[in-house]
Design a protein around this ligand. Sequence first.
Ligand SMILES: Cc1cc2nc3c(=O)[nH]c(=O)nc-3n(C[C@H](O)[C@H](O)[C@H](O)COP(=O)(O)OP(=O)(O)OC[C@H]3O[C@@H](n4cnc5c(N)ncnc54)[C@H](O)[C@@H]3O)c2cc1C
Length: 336
Amino acid sequence: MTSNTGGLDIRVVGGGVIGLTSAIALAEDGHRVRVLSRDAADGTTSAVAGGLCWPYRIQPYERAVEWSVRSFQVLTALAERPAETGARMVTGTMTATTGGGADDGLAAWYDAVPGLRRARAEELPEGCAWGWRARTPLVDMPTHLRYLEQRLAAAGGTLERRGVSSLEEAGEAADMVVNCSGLGARDLVPDPEVHPVQGQLVVVENPGIEEWSVSADAGATDTTYLLPQPFGLVLGGTARENAWSREPDPAVAAAIVARAAQRFPQLARARVLAHKVGLRPARPAVRLTAERLPGGMPCVHNYGHGGAGVTVAWGCADEVLRMVREVQEGRGPVRG
Ligand SMILES: Cc1cc2nc3c(=O)[nH]c(=O)nc-3n(C[C@H](O)[C@H](O)[C@H](O)COP(=O)(O)OP(=O)(O)OC[C@H]3O[C@@H](n4cnc5c(N)ncnc54)[C@H](O)[C@@H]3O)c2cc1C
């Protein structure tokens, strides 16, 4: 995209992966951007994410795949500097015990990932009917969030630890608001369609597993995944609709380790380094639209990315930038 001469004063609500990537896209385009975040980066859902770039539990699939393909390109480039950005290219297998995997709405994703192929029978875990082999970005999220904050600062953007109780309050003395508040949008907008899908993970000492593997049946409550991160091997997971607790459940953790140990028996004895729980900001469809708040302030909403916020963030940030440009050029949005 070309750079922008007469930048706007923009407040971005949310300092997770969605808010930071949106803020970076805007600041690097010449806007004066301030991020307002109630939580420090390590207290966000984004910090808990396993960090695999693959569209999962997000709607609408067609748009999500477009955004994912764009993010894939950005993260692939960032993976050239893994220590700084947290992104690495890692090979792995995506499988499921049901379905055929061909008509799952992800055809454009399969076309876009270089070298992606059907897994051979001997590459599939026991009980899995089908699978894909691919080399995709795997993102160490704590490192990545630090990188995003630094990149925002380098582009002149600022970050303030502050909760806001309305979008109008966030936009005081600014030209525009971008709402990337994730699950917070439920109260802030307010939008009752946003709800949590709780996910629990166990981080263990890695006994030498170098590839990622995911077995996730559509809509299943329990999934089995292993993601080798620099800080440990991440074992997952769960997806519990409308569960609000952020407390790890010991029984759930034991079941996660047991599922992983069915694949790699040595994991039954692996030292546990951390337990994590995060609330995916789910919505029947991602809300990525522009509107005018009741007082007339233009607002771009970018929330509800469910289980794929890391995967789609850069594609959504491009959309935010496009909508902000439309506002700047007087092409919308109309007063709601
Ligand atoms: C266990 C688990 C594993 C996952 N694995 C993956 C994966 O492998 N790949 C993938 O792509 N995705 C994954 N996800 C999903 C991903 O984590 C989310 O989609 C993503 O983090 C959403 O980002 P976000 O920025 O919208 O939300 P968040 O990271 O929750 O950030 C929301 C921000 O808004 C701020 N905020 C909210 N309300 C207010 C307010 N009123 N005032 C000021 N600030 C406010 C918060 O402080 C925070 O900064 C996983 C999620 C979980 C739980």
